[in-house]
Ligand binder design. Sequence first.
Ligand code: AMP
Ligand code: ZN
Length: 499
Amino acid sequence: MTELRLFNSLTRQLETFTPVHAGEARIYTCGPTVYNYPHIGNMRAYVFADTLGRVLSYEGYKLTHVINITDVGHLTDDADAGEDKMEKMAAEKAQSIWDIARHYTEAYWADIKALNIRQPAHWSIATDYVPQMIDYAKSIADKHCYELESGLYFDTSTVAHYGALARAKTEDGEGRIEEVEGKRNAADFAIWRKTPAGETRQMEWDSPWGKGAPGWHLECSVMSEALLGLPFDIHTGGIDHREIHHPNEIAQNQARCGSNHSGARFWMHNNFLIERSGKMSKSSCEFLRVQLLIDKGFHPLAYRLMCLQAHYRSELEFSWEGLQAAFVRLKRMVMGVANLKSRHAELVPESIVPKAPMVQADTWTLKQVQGNVAPILSAPLKDFVAAATDDLNTAIAITALETVLGLKKVDVAQQLATIADMDKVLGLNLMTLTRQDLRVRPKAATITEEDIENALAARKEARAAKDFAKSDAIRDDLIAKGVEVMDGDPLGWDWKLDI
Ligand code: AMP
Ligand code: ZN
């Protein structure tokens, strides 16, 4: 097992990962609030958490990953102001909250699948845990909470070093928004929000503090403790959570388990995907969802590769050109693997040696490959592992994989096995993706693949017969239909739909 170094937001330092329970890694990832479709920035947070989980699995830890689904309690403003996001969307759409939650949870899961994010051990749904949330709140209420007309509030002055994760100033008025009248400290937050007198919410529960709904921060403390036990190994989320949501979770965990106890050994945060024209805003008409990328003809794993090309702690600027470049790189890798597979098939006829086990990702482990690997493959493999375990330096790890892909005069089966092994960490499905899979049909396309292939065959015939007028006419017609004909493309791609 290689030493795994991870950046801990608590200490703002790289630290060596040592598990709480020998041989195990337990991760909790703050999941989406399912009031709308996730944008691709949100999905960067899950690609990061998935990559972290993959590295831990690769290193041999038994992984238990939990991602929650917030279907109640998240307000439109993190400072306890505004409306409940779910109630607001349900009212706008004139649908029940449960229908809204189901629809957007399914859409989120579709994106998870499209990006080849592994299924966690548990998808914890917040509304399934409300009784536990009430019990949890009761257990800390006397010492750490106070009641206002609008709900039960956590008194952040009752725990040591509140806000240390955010490096926030906690004095009144600095760094935080007061918003709710009567709070003892500006940073205090609701752990139970009472339904205002005379109102009925679609989602509300009885509690010792009256009918109402749990606070968003409470959910994650309760579900992480229930499913992983405290302390667990790693808590992840986007960098915005480092400022309010996670400090509040930590305060609750401290109230529950003692002040020296943040709840997790590591708190890790991915930086933001940014997009300057505002298309990532969920209110924008063409907002950047995974489905939009697919509709425009990109394979979703090109977006995964785009994420992995950057370090998770760096901002990543989205552009269509950047996505296109990542897509071409992915195609290059897939074609490289296809090439190796066909060479392997020539070298080892299936009738003599069954070749499937050599190239199936699941049948190879790092140890097996390392044990068998030819010296020329071991150097890039070593670089790959060193990069992956160096705070998930996937950008370097990808180049190590490309080095392996480009090697000549090496045992092809070992080469493929090494790539399959590396792809367990990167999750690009390199061993199974085909050229056909990568030909994603843009939604606006009017011409079928079959028609394109037929037109190209006719053009080839015309050229062979030196009928250049005809071949040019066919090409012009294809261009008019959005087909770019790529004569002499080094990847042998021949054509692409450019709409
Ligand atoms: P939400 O559904 O708003 O709670 O967000 C889900 C996850 O996406 C959280 O971990 C956020 O921190 C993260 N997130 C939100 N916006 C971005 C972004 N632009 N880039 C990366 N992560 C983001
Ligand atoms: Zn959370």
